[in-house]
Ligand binder design. Structure first.
Ligand code: LLP
Length: 381
């Protein structure tokens, strides 16, 4: 059972994100144990949460970073991530972003197309710099997750199709300013079984064996992120099963001598340490339903509205031993602004504090000001 500092919450303006620093540290310790630095390079996917205090804790633990924009590189550097441990990914890097990343000396560009290679080559030549390149391959693997967060199918915009990889490799090897170091993959997010990862390993083995036979070897393989978390039972499973996730790669990926293996985990590192704390504005009776109307809405946590995600909802302050059934909704003028339907909760009254759990990943960072609302604040303890 999680312990929230409820007395401290009472006087704070809601909604806000609460981060449990001890849980984050315990998660990072578990991650380090399952993936020793000597064996695997883990880059935290900055997109999941850029709260400076969260970033600092992760950077202080020696992890690398996976960034997808100039802004993400800036916050990563500010937090103390080493430039050499930063991978710069993204399907649409702008000219300015490429220039900035080259100037910062970031470790590697994960590149998604030949036109992007051409632009990086042009800028690198102008700056007289040699750039490490990992080509992102679209392996056409079903990740069995929500279709909005599936990325490795051939209809997705991401990566280079296997059939077109030869061309991209040929382009790279012909340019003295580009150093082809690796291949990059990412099949999707919130993947809750290891099967898709095992299939990914098989696919990577096939690809690297084919190229090896032609005398092309890669010094790094980046398998992306995607490890899912338990949204239903955050208290029973506060730390993801990193051990079996990394074992899947140990068992299935044929790592060539001297090859480094990289991971880009976001959600699994930060999701469970964060909760959205919100107050009940009203309990409203409809003809068929009772609504708990919170002061947090889809502007503060968009995942339910965007991906039909469900986060565990907890009344932190009710002392009632009786329950009732409620739809738990926000104040935004959209019907999709709903955190849960037919939630069985202790009898709830105006002023109760609620926690929307497992909100540390893709929560605060995806907040918006729709309806001219203030962005949620945050506390960490
Ligand atoms: N690497 C790449 C290339 C990615 O595109 C992503 C996530 C990651 C790593 C990190 O994946 P993770 O370990 O966090 O699953 N907003 C959505 C998730 C979008 C994920 C985008 N890419 C959500 O709230 O579910």
């Amino acid at each position: 059972m999680s312990h929230f500092p409820i007395q401290k919450f009472r006087n704070l303006r809601t909604p806000f994100y609460y981060y449990d620093a001890d849980l984050l540290s315990a998660t990072l310790a578990a991650l380090k144990e399952a993936a020793p630095e000597k064996e695997f390079c883990v880059h935290y996917a900055i997109k999941a949460n850029t709260n400076p205090r969260i970033l600092k804790i992760i950077a202080d633990n020696g992890f690398g970073a996976d960034c997808v924009s100039e802004g993400e590189i800036r916050v990563a550097l500010d937090a103390g991530f080493e430039p050499a441990k930063i991978a710069f990914a993204g399907v649409g890097k702008s000219d300015e972003e490429i220039e900035y990343a080259i100037e910062c000396g970031i470790g590697c560009f994960n590149v998604e197309s030949v036109p992007e290679l051409e632009l990086i080559n042009e800028i690198a030549t102008k700056k007289d710099k040699t750039i490490d390149i990992a080509l992102r391959v679209n392996p056409n693997i079903e990740a069995h997750t929500h279709h909005y967060i599936t990325t490795g199918l051939k209809e997705n915009k991401f990566g280079i199709a296997l059939e077109m990889l030869d061309d991209a490799i040929a382009y790279c090897t012909g340019q003295p300013r580009l150093r082809l170091t690796g291949l990059h993959f990412h099949i999707g997010s919130q993947i809750t079984t290891n099967k898709p990862f095992a299939l990914l390993c098989e696919k990577i083995n096939e690809i690297t064996a084919q190229y090896s036979a032609r005398g092309i070897d890669f010094s790094s393989i980046n398998v992306g992120g995607g490890l899912g978390i338990d949204y239903k039972n955050p208290d029973a499973n506060p730390i993801p099963d990193f051990a079996s996730y990394f074992d899947t790669f140990r068992k299935n990926l044929k790592i060539q001598p001297g090859q480094t293996v990289h991971f880009e985990l976001g959600r699994s590192i930060v999701a469970q340490c964060g909760s959205l704390i919100t107050r009940v504005l009203y309990v409203k009776s409809g003809l068929e339903k009772k609504f708990v109307i919170l002061d947090a809405g889809m502007t503060d946590l968009i995942r339910p509205a965007l991906y039909q995600a469900h986060h565990h909802i907890q009344n932190l302050t009710s002392t009632s031993t009786e329950t009732d059934t409620y739809d738990v909704v926000g104040p935004i003028c959209e019907s999709s602004d709903c955190f849960g339907t037919d939630e069985i909760l202790p009898i709830t009254v105006r002023g109760d504090l609620f926690a929307i759990r497992s909100a540390g990943a893709y929560g605060e960072i995806m907040a918006s000001q729709y309806n001219c609302r203030k962005l949620p604040g945050s506390i960490i303890s």
